[in-house]
Design a binder for this molecule. Structure first.
Ligand code: MN
Length: 427
């Protein structure tokens, strides 16, 4: 479903004077050149929406399908991302999960995506659950498995995902493994790592030359004693051994509590080995909560290092890393949650762009700890939401995407079209 441009125009007209007033405050305090530069970067910045985040998720205890109107197939998932992109002009890509979303009619899928101006971001393989009719089980791992036949099945699946993604125009494969062990003694760590590396090598050689492989790590869960790619060191080790098309992917929820993610980001960028990012938020572990809902200051500090580190390597913020939301929605309307997530990411990015970097650098060189903290917190506490809204306005999107989504009663429109009891494939 499409939003008529006149609805966006009417919505923006109703908010424009308040918006201009808020923007004027920023213009008084910051150089016009800096603001314009940030606005343009915000216009360019796009965050991919994962196909599995468009329906109601669940936990290991249950799933409450309370929303209705969930997308019934891949075309409707693309339509939902298209809707988000019309509202915020910052969700210009979709990330598919195979085999939850195997495109049957590639030409048609590409046509639907093209209609909304969407690109296909990284494709994701799935060896963390058994597929119907599969010859082998992943109960004791996939690429790490002690049985070569199981490893071969997982390798073949990943190669199939590359082929599917290539047809759509994706340029990256994300590999996340549930592999690990639940009990001491269950696994020989070294053999598990070596098996994983060998399996990844067989997948890596099948990458088209302009593709990247993202090696995602996770500290724990579903295995609770060891995870074979458990932290950024293990991921970096694999990516380094694989070659220059392999990179580490950082998922915010995949760390042990209190991990300094911004430092991890900084060093991976320094090594040219940070490839992609999965956004979410958490209080305890891999909670998959709305980005920025729990620790917005941490999100800002991460973006501060991203901007600093990417600028140091003269990287293109919008194009040189894969940016994606990876979350699951148990109690919210998934589309509203995604609008909130994108807003939080854009705001943290805007804040990072507006850090007085020469002043911060100078404070660091003088060991002026107080000044360094003041610079960061001054930026964090300045309201840059009007800057993000201005970027949307210039991209013909809504000043307040969530408000317009609610005003148009979009969820009920989707329920009328798709029905109340639809279930989205995936989580
Ligand atoms: Mn992830």
């Amino acid at each position: 479903m499409n939003i008529e441009q006149k609805h966006i125009a009417q919505h923006n007209d109703s908010l424009i004077s308040a918006h201009n007033r808020k923007l004027a405050y920023l213009k008084e305090d910051f150089p016009q050149h800096d603001l314009e530069r940030a606005i343009q970067k915000l216009v360019d910045f796009q965050i991919a929406i994962p196909s599995w985040a468009l329906g109601t998720g669940g936990t290991r205890f249950g799933r409450f399908s309370i929303i209705g109107g969930e997308p019934r197939n891949i075309e409707e998932k693309i339509e939902d991302v298209g809707l988000l992109h019309q509202l915020n002009a910052s969700s210009g890509a979709i990330s598919l999960h195979i085999p939850w979303d195997i495109p049957q009619d590639v030409a048609k899928i590409k046509e639907v995506a093209g209609r909304f101006g969407l690109a296909f971001d990284a494709v994701n393989s799935n060896t963390f659950q058994d597929q119907r009719d599969a010859a082998h089980s992943y109960k004791f791992g996939s690429l790490q498995h002690v049985d070569k036949a199981v490893r071969q099945q997982a390798i073949a699946h990943n190669i199939e995902v590359i082929k599917q993604g290539d047809k759509l125009g994706s340029k990256a494969l994300t590999v996340w493994l549930a592999d690990g062990s639940c009990f001491p003694g269950q696994l020989n760590f070294r053999r598990a790592f070596e098996n994983t590396l060998q399996s990844l090598e067989e997948i890596y050689v099948q990458l088209p030359p302009d593709w990247k492989m993202f090696v995602e790590y996770k500290a724990f869960e579903p295995n609770f004693y060891s995870t074979t790619i458990g932290d950024w060191g293990q991921s970096l080790l694999l990516a380094s051994k694989l070659g220059n098309q392999a990179y580490t992917l950082v998922d915010l929820g995949h760390h042990l509590p209190n991990a300094n993610i911004e430092q991890i980001v900084s060093l991976l960028l320094m090594e040219g080995k940070l490839g992609g990012f999965h956004f979410n938020d958490s209080k305890y572990g891999d909670d998959d909560l709305t980005t920025g809902s729990i620790k917005p200051y941490q999100l800002f500090l991460i973006f501060n290092e991203l901007v600093e580190g990417m600028d140091a390597r003269e990287m293109n913020h919008a194009k040189d890393l894969g940016w994606m939301i990876d979350a699951s929605h148990n109690v919210k309307d998934p589309l509203e949650d995604l609008l909130q997530s994108v807003e939080a990411i854009m705001l943290a990015y805007a804040q990072a762009l507006m850090v007085d970097r020469p002043a911060l650098n100078s404070a660091q060189q003088r060991n002026d700890v107080v000044r360094a903290q003041e610079i960061l917190q001054h930026t964090f506490r300045t309201d840059f939401r009007p800057l993000v809204a201005e970027a949307r306005l210039r991209a013909n999107a809504a000043l307040s995407p969530l408000a317009l989504y609610r005003d148009l009663d979009y969820r009920n429109q989707l329920i009328r079209k798709r029905g109340k009891n639809t279930t989205s494939t995936g989580l």
